[in-house]
Write a protein of this length. Structure first.
Length: 578
C-alpha cells in the first residue's frame, strides 16, 4: 500500500458512517440477547453490523467533516460519477416502491442501537436490515404510519408488509418483531429472518443452520478475528471479487491480489483521537511467509524512519528487482513510470490544418535514432551487489519542502536496504557511479565522492548521497533526510514482526501538496471548458485537495501487515488532531 491507498481508506471510513442504511452495522449490547447474525438468512455477499448505529449516524450528522465534504469539489465530482448515479436511481426506485424517500430523515427514524445489514446482490442492491428499536419508536416512524399502503404477508405467527413497484420491479418489505425493526428488498429474506427470530426462542430448533452463522465464509474469519469493534464488516471475497460490479467500481483495481483470499473481516474501533481498524484476510491456500525476508527485517528497518517523514513504506524483498526498483525510480533515475491506460476517447483538436513547425527542419531523417540497449543501463553491477548481500527488506521515505523562494515544492526521497551482512561501502559507491555516469559525462569528470558528516556526497550535478552503517545501505537526494535516518540507526524499536508497513503524515504534507497541485494543474486551468460545457474541478488542486481539507483533522495514517500462515493481519490507524 502507499499513501494514495491511505487516502482511499479515509474515503471508505466516511462512506461507512455516512451511507448508513446502505452500509452500516455491528454487535450486541446485552449478553443475554442473541447476536443479530443469528437472524440473517444464508447467502449474503457482505455483512455489516454496528453496536450503536443511531449514535454513529448522529455523530456523522453533527460532524464538521460532513458539512465540509458535501460542499467540496470531491463530492461534486463524486455526484457526477456513474456509481453515484446508479445509487441515486436505486434510491428513486426504493422511494417509489416504499412510498417514502430514503433520505436522512427516513434513515434517522429507522436507525436503532444494535443494527445489522446483509447485502445479497450488488447490482440490484438487495439487502436485509435489522435494527434494535423500541416498538414505540417503530410505531411512530413514517414507514409504520404508511403501512395501509402495503399488502400484508404472514409467516408463522409473524406479519410483515410488502409494497412493489411494477415498473422497476423493486419491492420493499418491513416488519416489527418485538423491539426489532426489519427492512428488506426481497420477500424471502424477510420471511427467512422472521422464521429465524421465531426459531431462536425454541430449544433444539434447527432453523439456525439456515442462518449466515452456518456459512464458512462468515464463521471462519469471525473466529479468527478478535473482539468486535464499533463497526464490523465481513466479506465473502470468493463471490464478491468475480462480480463485474466489484471489478468496475472497486477503486483500488487490485483484483489479482484480492483473488488469493476467500473471506475477510474488518473491525473499526473509535477511541478518542484514534480510529483503529483491525482486518483479517483468509488465504485460499495455507502457507507461511514465502518471501526471502526474515520476520524481523521490516520491523527492524522502521527504526530508520525520521520523525517528520512525509510518507514511508517498508516491505520485504522477494526478489532483486523488488529491491532495486525503488532505488532506481526514487533516487538514481526518477521517472513517472508508464502512463495509465486511457478510459476516455481523445478530444478532437480543431486547427487550421497546419501541421509541424519550422523547428522540425532541424530534425535529421537520414540517420537512425540512437537507442540505448535495455541491458546497457549500468544496473548490472549494482544488482550483483544487492544479490551478493542478500537484501531482505527495503524502506522508502519521502518528504516535501518549499524552495528558498517559496514558489516550488520539491520532493526529497531516501531508500534504505537491509542486507544479510555488512555492505562493502567502496563497492557500493563504485556501482552507483557506474549507474549514473552515462547520464552525466563520458569521462571521469564530476563522478567522484567526498565525505560529509557520516555519508558520502556525489560531486556531480545530480544530488546523490550514500551511507553505509553495518547491514544498512542508505541512498538519498537530500542531506537532511539521510542525516535523520543515520541518526536513527541505533534507535530502539518495539515494532512487532511484519511483512509491510507504511505511513503518511497528512498534517505535515497537506499544505505542500496543495501548493504543488496548484502548479501542476495550472497549465490546464479550464479542463473541458468551452461554450455550453460545465467546468470540471481540477483533479489535484480542487478534487483531491478538497478531500484533504475535509479530512484536515486527520493528522496521520499508518498500516502494518503481518503474515500469519493461512491468514493476513492488517492494522490501520488514523490519528485525529482532536
Amino acid at each position: 500500500m502507499n499513501k494514495s491507498i491511505m487516502i482511499l481508506l479515509l474515503i471508505a471510513l466516511i462512506a461507512a458512517v455516512s451511507l448508513g442504511l446502505g452500509w452500516t452495522a455491528h454487535q450486541a449490547t446485552a449478553a443475554a440477547e442473541p447476536p443479530l447474525s443469528r437472524y440473517v438468512p444464508s447467502g449474503p455477499l457482505l455483512y455489516l453490523q454496528a453496536k450503536d448505529f443511531s449514535s454513529l449516524l448522529s455523530d456523522w450528522n453533527r460532524s464538521p467533516q460532513r458539512r465540509e465534504w458535501l460542499g467540496s469539489s470531491n463530492f461534486e465530482v463524486f455526484s457526477r460519477s456513474r456509481l453515484f448515479l446508479r445509487l441515486r436511481d436505486a434510491g428513486k426506485q426504493f422511494a417509489t416502491a416504499a412510498g417514502l424517500p430514503p433520505d436522512m430523515n427516513f434513515l434517522s427514524q429507522v436507525a436503532g442501537s444494535r443494527s445489522a445489514l446483509a447485502l445479497y446482490d450488488i447490482g440490484k442492491l438487495q439487502f436485509l436490515y435489522i435494527t434494535r428499536l423500541p416498538s414505540a419508536n417503530s410505531m411512530q416512524s413514517q414507514l409504520w404510519q404508511t403501512r395501509a399502503k402495503f399488502e400484508t404477508r404472514n409467516v408463522g405467527n409473524a406479519t410483515f408488509y410488502v409494497r412493489r413497484d411494477p415498473e422497476s420491479e423493486r419491492e420493499v418489505e418491513f416488519a416489527v418483531s418485538g423491539d426489532y425493526l426489519l427492512l428488506a428488498t426481497r420477500g424471502d429474506l424477510m420471511a427467512g429472518a422472521l422464521q429465524l427470530m421465531a426459531g431462536s426462542n425454541n430449544a433444539g430448533n434447527e432453523d439456525r443452520a439456515r442462518s449466515i452463522e452456518a456459512e464458512s465464509w462468515w464463521s471462519q474469519p469471525v473466529a479468527a478475528a478478535g473482539a468486535e469493534g464499533d463497526l464490523r464488516m465481513v466479506l465473502n471475497l470468493e463471490k464478491i471479487v468475480p462480480s463485474p460490479y466489484f471489478r468496475s467500481y472497486w477503486v483500488q483495481q487490485n483484483i489479482t491480489e484480492m483473488k488469493q483470499y476467500t473471506a475477510a473481516v474488518s473491525d473499526l474501533f473509535r477511541s478518542g483521537p484514534e480510529y483503529r481498524e483491525e482486518r483479517v484476510l483468509l488465504k485460499k491456500a495455507a502457507g507461511g511467509v514465502t518471501s526471502a525476508s526474515m520476520p524481523g527485517d521490516v520491523s527492524d528497518l522502521i527504526r530508520l524512519v525520521p520523525e517528520k517523514a512525509g510518507s514511508y513504506q517498508v516491505e520485504d524483498c522477494p526478489s532483486i528487482e523488488a529491491c532495486f526498483d525503488p532505488l532506481k525510480t526514487k533516487i538514481l533515475a526518477p521517472h513517472l513510470g508508464p502512463a495509465p491506460s486511457e478510459q476516455l476517447a481523445p478530444q478532437a483538436q480543431l486547427t487550421s490544418g497546419v501541421t509541424g513547425s519550422s523547428s522540425d527542419l532541424e530534425t535529421r531523417i537520414d540517420e537512425p535514432l540512437t537507442r540505448r540497449s535495455r541491458n546497457d543501463d549500468g544496473s548490472s553491477q549494482l544488482k550483483e551487489i544487492l544479490k551478493k548481500n542478500q537484501v531482505r527488506a527495503v524502506l522508502q521515505v519521502q518528504s516535501t519542502g518549499r524552495s528558498s523562494d517559496g514558489v516550488f515544492v520539491r520532493i526529497h526521497s531516501a531508500v534504505a536496504l537491509a542486507g544479510g551482512s555488512n555492505w562493502d561501502e567502496v563497492a557500493v559507491r563504485a556501482a552507483l557511479t557506474n549507474f549514473v555516469r552515462p547520464s552525466l559525462t563520458a569521462s571521469q569528470l564530476g563522478v567522484g565522492w567526498r565525505g560529509v558528516n557520516g555519508y558520502y556526497e556525489f560531486d556531480g550535478l545530480q544530488p546523490l548521497l550514500a551511507a553505509v552503517s553495518g547491514k544498512y545501505l542508505i541512498v538519498s537526494d537530500d542531506p537532511a533526510l539521510i542525516g535523520s535516518m543515520l541518526g536513527n540507526v541505533n534507535r530502539k524499536t518495539n515494532a512487532q514482526p511484519a511483512v509491510f508497513a507504511a505511513g503518511f503524515d497528512h498534517k505535515l504534507e497537506r499544505g505542500n501538496f496543495n501548493r504543488f497541485a496548484a502548479v501542476v494543474d495550472r497549465p490546464d486551468a479550464n479542463p473541458f471548458g468551452g461554450p455550453g460545457t460545465q467546468r470540471q474541478p481540477q483533479f489535484f488542486s480542487e478534487n483531491i485537495a478538497s478531500l484533504g481539507q475535509t479530512l484536515a483533522e486527520v493528522s496521520s495514517e499508518n498500516i502494518v501487515v503481518r503474515n500469519a500462515g493461512d491468514k493476513v493481519l492488517q492494522t490501520v490507524t488514523y490519528q485525529w488532531a482532536h
